[in-house]
Design a protein around this ligand. Structure first.
Ligand code: TYD
Length: 209
């Protein structure tokens, strides 16, 4: 893998998307070829899958269907965009990756971490994030921010208990992993971005050599 694979994780409303936009701008200004992707979605097929997964009318969707749809969208994204970009030496920034499924479906829906990892394995293959930023915010604050921005999607409409399990799940799953950097999402966006850029710097140095 010649490129750098950066993933942004965190509960709904943590501000991942804003940080990704700021990071992309910075990297491109400095001459790095960057690919930004989002999950679920990111490809034509994936965006169709996204519409199904997040449709608030699909109250009947089973947990297993949900897990498989997220995995399907991800498999398409890796095959079509993430894999080729990394092989071509680009910097890939993904808005969510498999840890979202581990936390939302594996923990909050109760399917189990192992099952979620197994189901996702064939689609992901050998691609592993070099660095994962975990933007941590209290679940009440995340949902409050989302409500201000837009109509809530199927996942965001889940109970506060569900979102609490998501936040706790992230803290458990992402603790003690060397590639994970936890940042408080309660800080100002500019300060969060500063922290992200400082962490990225050594990766960029190694990459230029
Ligand atoms: P996201 O695109 O981050 O939401 P938004 O664009 O509205 O900020 O994610 C959509 C929702 O899907 C979010 O509630 C988290 C959920 N999700 C999972 O449950 N499992 C997954 O594997 C992924 C990628 C997302």
């Amino acid at each position: 893998m010649k490129g750098i694979f950066i993933v942004m994780e965190g509960p709904d409303g943590s501000g991942k998307t804003t940080q990704i936009e700021m990071l992309k701008e910075y990297l491109e200004e400095n001459g790095y070829e960057t690919l930004v992707t989002r999950e679920p979605g990111g490809t034509v097929i994936g965006e169709d899958i996204r519409r199904i997964i997040l449709n608030p009318e699909y109250k009947k969707m089973s947990e297993v269907t949900e897990m498989l749809l997220y995995a399907a969208s991800r498999a398409q994204l890796v095959k079509e965009l993430i894999g080729p970009a990394l092989e071509n030496g680009k910097i890939v920034i993904s808005d969510r990756f498999v840890d979202s499924s581990v936390v939302y479906q594996g923990i909050a829906r109760g399917i189990g971490i192992e099952t979620v990892n197994e189901v996702n394995r064939p689609g992901i293959g050998a691609y592993k994030p070099d660095c994962i930023f975990f933007i941590d915010i209290p679940e009440e604050e995340g949902i409050r921010r989302k409500k201000e921005q837009k109509k809530l999607d199927r996942m965001e409409q889940e109970s506060i208990d569900f979102h609490h399990m998501v936040s706790e799940g992230y803290r458990t799953v992402l603790s003690d992993r060397k590639e994970v950097i936890r940042i408080s999402g309660m800080d100002k966006p500019e300060n969060i971005q500063k922290e992200i850029r400082e962490v990225i710097m050594p990766y960029l140095k190694g990459y230029q050599e």
